[in-house]
Design a protein around this ligand. Structure first.
Ligand code: SF4
Ligand code: SF4
Length: 474
């Protein structure tokens, strides 16, 4: 048995099984304890976050009035920290060669009928040009683990290619990377290549289930995978994104694990995760989600999002096109700050749509709308779609980003940047109706920028953007 220690860098000490079981028991015992629930809600109102135990009590609470208070607070925190902005991104699949045996992913090594593909640098240029022509500025690179087909050199070369492509007014300004757990040295190389966030999902924090779900390949090693973010931080990457795949294990266990992971990073490195992703398992080639009996319904999903929002107010939250339009709409107001749009989950799927029999997708997309449809939909709902990538380009990563967040000054960066990047999108890529709605929205929203001086600069920059200049940022 391992002792629980959030400061330890040993997986089984900072994600401690006994501590999670005690947390679950504590929450079960206290889920109707109104004075305790009230005191936790009061603490959450201070916007300094909650411990995993406190957040777990809120997640388990099934008193309708208290749940309403939790949802209202999540909405308020979302509004205070993120306003009505939603940052847009797209995944880019480089290769689906993979040596691992993850039982929930169609890229697992034993799947002999899925078409294996790896993009050449020329194909990456075609894909990225197609993404730029949609209006994307921020990508999440995805690739299977395969030291022969997808070595780190291939990933680094691909990043360099992506940043170098300038097509019309397009540019990918931030490349986030989601590749398998690797060494400190490789993380350092990724940092030097100029990546934004390093993303790695834990899939499940439950060690026994983890080993069963990852029967073969290097990913089988629970400790190596769970300690990856520590190595990434040691390699100089201070923006890391964590997540679990809901449906694999009991959601309560995963929720506690996610927050313990965040607490661990905060206590060792002084900065928690930059983002938390909340994917749910989806149908894919040779994967039937009903084979996993821990699926969560939409209400539970919404409650998880709300409780993460109040527990870690400064951490961005991401939902992908795995979620339907309805589900995304619900969680946007509760705390989600980034969504993907117009996504292809296939290798090479942006330049050329795949034929059915040629399927190389990692999962079936549930929200199939184009980026322009999503941008318009967001604005119709009162959100400001943002293509901002400013922070890491201005060196605002890790604790510098967090302290700006905590000082409240981020509001003077995010909204102006959102409006200026939206303006670029409207001029370069939007359909006429989207453009019309967006132009009105920008004029309205400028007035909400707290500092007048900044409002003035934004107005000037918007004129410059009209004239063809690009890439203004705070
Ligand atoms: S989840 Fe990742 S590591 Fe596992 S099979 Fe799929 S691509 Fe490979
Ligand atoms: S200013 Fe920074 S935090 Fe705000 S939207 Fe842009 S990149 Fe994100």
């Amino acid at each position: 048995m391992y002792p629980y220690n959030p400061h330890s860098q040993k997986a089984e000490e900072f994600i401690n099984h006994e501590e999670i079981l005690e947390t679950l028991a504590y929450a079960e015992e206290n889920k109707h304890n109104i004075p305790l629930i009230d005191s936790i809600i009061e603490k959450a109102k201070l916007r300094k976050g909650l411990s995993h135990r406190e957040a777990m009590v809120l997640l388990d609470c099934d008193i309708p009035e208290k749940n309403e208070e939790i949802y209202a607070l999540a909405k308020q925190i979302k509004q205070d920290f993120y306003g009505n902005r939603i940052v847009m991104f797209a995944p880019l699949y480089l290769s689906n060669y993979c040596v691992n045996g993850c039982v929930y992913c169609p890229y697992h090594a034993k799947n002999k009928h899925i078409r294996r593909k790896k993009l050449t640098q020329e194909e990456i240029v075609r894909e990225v040009t197609a993404l730029q022509d949609m209006g994307h500025k921020r990508l999440a690179l995805e690739t299977g683990e395969d030291p022969v087909n997808n070595p780190i050199e291939y990933v680094l070369e691909s990043i360099q290619t992506i940043y170098s492509i300038k097509h019309k007014n397009g540019a990918i300004r931030r490349v986030n990377v989601n590749i398998a757990a690797t060494t400190v040295e490789n993380y350092r190389k990724l940092k030097e290549a100029g990546i934004g966030t390093y993303i790695l999902f834990q899939e499940t924090y439950h060690k026994e289930s983890y080993e069963r779900l990852h029967p073969t390949g290097p990913k089988h090693d629970y400790a190596y995978h769970t300690e990856a973010m520590d190595r990434a931080m040691e390699g100089g990457i201070d923006d890391v994104g964590i997540g679990v795949l809901f449906g694999l294990e009991l959601y309560r266990y995963e929720f506690a694990g996610l927050l313990m992971h965040a607490e661990h990073l905060e206590s060792v490195f002084g900065v928690g995760p930059h983002t938390i992703s909340v994917p749910r398992i989806r149908h894919a080639d040779d994967i039937d989600p009903s084979a996993f009996d821990n699926g969560i319904d939409d209400d539970t999903f919404a409650k998880i999002v709300a409780c993460i929002r109040v527990a870690v107010p400064y951490t961005g939250m991401i939902v992908s096109t795995r979620e339907s339009q309805e589900s995304r709409e619900r969680v946007l107001s509760l705390g989600v700050s980034q969504i993907s749009g117009g996504s292809s989950t296939s290798v090479g799927g942006y330049y050329e749509k795949e034929a059915e029999e040629d399927n190389s997708a990692q999962f079936d997309v549930s929200d199939n709308r184009t980026l322009d449809e999503i941008v318009k939909w967001l604005m119709d709902l009162g959100y400001v779609p943002s293509f901002c990538t400013a922070c890491y380009r201005e060196g605002r990563t890790g604790d510098r980003f967090m302290s700006l967040c905590k000082s409240g000054q981020i509001q003077n960066c995010c909204l102006p940047n959102a409006l200026m990047t939206l303006k670029e999108y409207l001029i370069d890529y939007a359909a006429p109706k989207t453009k019309e709605i967006g132009e009105k929205l920008i004029l309205e929203e400028i007035k909400s920028i707290p500092k007048e001086k900044i409002q003035e600069i934004v107005r000037k920059n918007l004129v410059e953007i009209e004239k063809g200049n690009r890439d203004f940022r705070f």
